[in-house]
Design a binder for this molecule. Structure first.
Ligand SMILES: Nc1nc2c(c(=O)[nH]1)N[C@H]1C(S)=C(S)[C@@H](COP(=O)(O)OP(=O)(O)OC[C@H]3O[C@@H](n4cnc5c(=O)[nH]c(N)nc54)[C@H](O)[C@@H]3O)O[C@H]1N2
Ligand SMILES: Nc1nc2c(c(=O)[nH]1)N[C@H]1C(S)=C(S)[C@@H](COP(=O)(O)OP(=O)(O)OC[C@H]3O[C@@H](n4cnc5c(=O)[nH]c(N)nc54)[C@H](O)[C@@H]3O)O[C@H]1N2
Ligand code: SF4
Ligand SMILES: [Mo]
Length: 681
């Protein structure tokens, strides 16, 4: 029994093997997370694990060609290069990107390596491009940046609000529960999404806003809740602060302007607001349609404020529930894969925290906040960053502005890529380290409801590969830091001493269904946060006004369409894994959703290639004509390296957390004349 490697739902899997080969995967019925269900990825998309294209030897690039080398040689090479950069340019010339696909233990080790062995806080992970605004926004409003409730609470709620998330494709097992809820008559469901998603078709309220206008819609919802007297006055009085000035600002918003900005009739927004506020228990769920925007953190704070306003916090069936993306993105941040907070979310700049880490790691760790991923690329381009070690993240395909990422890779003297496959990023590496997949190692993943679950090794690592944690430890040792060999129980024992909310987590206690943090020393776990008070004491009301993104302010005139991105059920992010499974036979292409009127105006027919051009570049994508998107709005996926949609996305980030604004790209379109061409370089 182990845990799915794909999304943050964290489904339990039962893997059957014969003679060391995996034959099938089933879903256990006694799994609290998935009760006998999985989606098409968890159950069927596992054959990547022994695919002939698995990387199976360390390699060093010499004269532009990868040469297979021994583990000893690669360790020697990495250790001597890193040591010399550290000596000549200082520890801040080195950075690491750790993987939300890897275990907690591996992420803990990677951040420890970067902090304690290299001596810099230049460590970050894919949460930066995903839910970093969730972590920051919820920390600001509540003090804790994680889901407040559990998925099981859907049983006890009366209203769901799904904003900027498409769970029937991206979190299918949770999505099925939400769909079931929405289909039941009498239940209230609000979907805030520019597309008519599957869930939107069943929802009682759908707000099809223009991409980039969440802040305006939420302000309007709060306007109606306050002005129509539907607030929870005693909750506000007892458990929050900042309400009076917040209220004054909200009542001052310009409804006419907002109606125009969002493109949605104010009555639709009002009715949704009434429905949320009058439900006895209302739960919100949000995704990247909230976070991947220049106002991502502010939007998260508003969702959190909406729950405060209506007293939807601290009991079953309520709360703010980000649908975290990667299988272990929650865990990687918990373990300290962030440049400003170490293991357990402790502030690296704080003297007392610094002392604690120094004593625990037995060396001095730095106090200066390190680079976030986009800052790593800028530092590479300005010559400050000499070495970058990337574990399990295909930054060339999935980070915004591909051409810039490639230039940053080329400008970095030493790029180490630790991967399962020769991804677009791995092609730019100087050194390849072949890691082992989730089926070949043990450890823990933490799902989107803070549930730490045991990942158990099913088969031996493919010959020539090693579990990622063991690789990191061997390099730590090579560079003179005495880290004991990797065992899942030994690593958890270390982590539980430094991460406060892991205090009572031991390998043996995890059992079948894991434990939801915080876990007290005696092993008691926590399904619902903020029952009595918030980590920051009182919940904080803070008003933020809507602002048009610079992307549209600067470019909308020449690039009049808005391109946003979504996901498809069959494929996962960069496609490195799902495209090496039979899921590839079901969905073979990225495609562009375009409204029938827009298609007609541009003489585009179903299946034609469309040339999409943004201020950064252009790509050709096949058209799918559908009224799922409104006029002026286009949507596509980013699973296929043949297309490289991130050639189009730009450098604008969330103002607070630096999450890229993938969801609003100014583009123009035309029918592509030639046949599809690869547009990467
Ligand atoms: N099958 C599959 N599952 C996955 C993944 C995958 O690649 N494939 N990836 C995983 C990862 S890493 C993540 S983070 C999650 C992501 O899962 P989701 O958060 O659901 O991500 P998306 O589908 O990218 O975007 C969600 C929705 O945001 C909408 N949107 C776009 N702009 C706006 C806006 O301005 N406002 C609002 N309200 N909505 C907007 C889009 O139309 C889309 O329906 O999925 C995880 N699960
Ligand atoms: N345009 C656009 N771009 C986006 C997004 C969007 O919505 N729109 N979403 C963004 C988001 S939310 C995210 S999270 C990123 C995701 O982007 P990535 O993190 O690049 O996507 P993944 O496909 O999850 O890639 C993970 C890599 O890890 C490798 N891997 C898997 N398991 C292991 C392991 O155990 N060990 C090692 N060493 N490697 C492993 C896989 O082979 C794969 O190459 O994409 C971002 N990019
Ligand atoms: S819903 Fe997510 S965790 Fe569950 S099987 Fe599908 S991809 Fe895996
Ligand atoms: Mo993500």
């Amino acid at each position: 029994r182990t845990i799915c490697t794909y999304c943050g739902v964290g489904c339990n899997l039962e893997v059957s093997t014969s003679n060391g080969e995996i034959l099938s995967i089933q879903a256990p019925y006694d799994a609290e997370v998935n009760q006998g269900h999985t989606c098409i990825k968890g159950r069927y998309a596992f054959k990547f694990y022994d695919h002939p294209e698995r990387l199976n030897s360390p390699m060093i690039k010499r004269n532009g060609v990868f040469e297979k080398v021994s583990w000893d040689e690669v360790y020697e090479y990495i250790a001597s290069k890193l040591t010399s950069f550290k000596k000549e340019f200082g520890p801040d010339s080195i950075a690491g990107i750790s993987s939300a696909r890897c275990t907690n233990e591996e992420n803990y080790l990677m951040q420890k390596f970067i902090r304690a062995v290299i001596g810099t806080n230049n460590i970050d992970g894919c949460s930066r491009v995903c839910h970093s605004p969730t972590a920051l926004g919820m920390q600001r409003t509540y003090g804790t940046g994680a889901a407040t409730n559990s998925i099981d609470d859907i049983k006890d709620t009366n209203c769901i609000m799904v904003i900027g998330a498409n769970p029937t494709d991206a979190h299918p097992v949770t999505g099925a529960k939400l769909k079931q809820f929405a289909m039941k008559s009498g239940n209230v469901s609000i979907v805030i999404d520019p597309r008519r998603t599957e869930l939107a078709r069943y929802a009682t309220h759908h707000i099809p806003l223009r991409p980039g206008t969440n802040v305006a819609v939420l302000n309007m919802m709060m306007y109606y809740i306050i002005s129509e007297g539907l607030v929870d006055a005693s909750f506000i009085e007892n458990r929050t602060e900042g309400f009076d000035s917040f209220k004054a600002e909200i009542l001052n918003i310009d409804l006419d302007a907002i109606e125009k900005i969002t493109g949605v009739d104010r009555n639709i927004i009002r009715e949704a607001a009434m429905a949320y506020a009058t439900a006895p228990n209302a739960m919100s769920f949000h995704g990247l349609g909230v976070t991947e925007h220049s106002q991502g953190t502010f939007t998260v704070m508003q969702i959190a404020d909406l729950a405060l306003l209506t007293g939807n916090i601290g009991r079953r069936g309520v709360g703010v529930n980000p649908l975290r993306g990667q299988n272990n993105v929650q865990g990687s941040a918990d373990m300290g894969v962030q440049p400003h907070q170490g293991a357990g979310y402790m502030d690296v700049t704080n003297d007392a925290v610094n002392k604690k880490y120094n004593e625990f790691y037995g060396v001095e760790v730095p106090k200066m906040i390190g680079y976030k991923i986009p800052e790593m690329f800028d530092a590479a381009l300005s010559g400050k960053l000499k070495a970058l070690w990337v574990i399990g993240e295909d930054i060339v395909q999935t980070d915004p502005n591909t051409k810039k990422v490639i230039r940053a890779m080329e400008a970095t003297d030493l790029v180490i890529v630790q991967e399962l496959f020769m991804t677009e990023t791995a092609k730019y590496a100087d050194v390849i380290l072949p890691g082992a997949s989730f089926l070949e190692k043990s450890g823990t993943f933490t799902n989107g409801e803070r549930r730490v679950q045991a990942v158990r090794q099913v088969v031996e690592p493919v010959v020539g590969t090693k579990p990622d944690g063991q690789i990191i430890i061997e390099i730590m040792n090579k560079m003179g830091y005495p880290q004991p060999d990797y065992t899942p129980d030994g690593m958890l024992a270390e982590i539980s001493q430094i991460v406060p909310f892991f205090a009572g987590i031991t390998w043996d206690r995890l059992g079948k269904n894991g434990l939801q943090w915080p876990v007290a020393k005696d092993g008691t776990d926590t399904q619902i946060l903020h029952k009595v008070d918030f980590k920051r004491g009182k919940g904080l009301f803070e008003f933020n006004a809507w602002e048009e993104t610079m992307e549209l302010q600067s470019h909308a005139k020449d690039f009049p369409y808005i391109l946003t991105t979504n996901r498809e059920l069959e494929h996962y992010n960069c496609g490195a894994m799902t495209r090496r499974t039979a899921n590839e036979l079901i969905l073979k292409d990225d495609y562009l959703m375009i409204n029938p009127e827009d298609a007609k105006e541009n003489l585009i027919s179903e299946g034609d290639y469309v040339c999409i051009e943004s201020p950064r570049g252009k790509v050709d994508v096949k058209a799918r004509i559908t009224d799922e998107v409104k006029r002026g709005i286009l949507s596509t996926t980013f699973h296929f390296p043949e297309i490289m949609i991130n050639n189009l996305t730009g450098d604008i980030h969330d103002s607070e957390a630096m999450c890229p604004e993938y969801k609003v790209v100014a583009v123009r379109i035309r029918k592509s004349k030639g046949k599809f061409k690869k547009q990467l370089i």
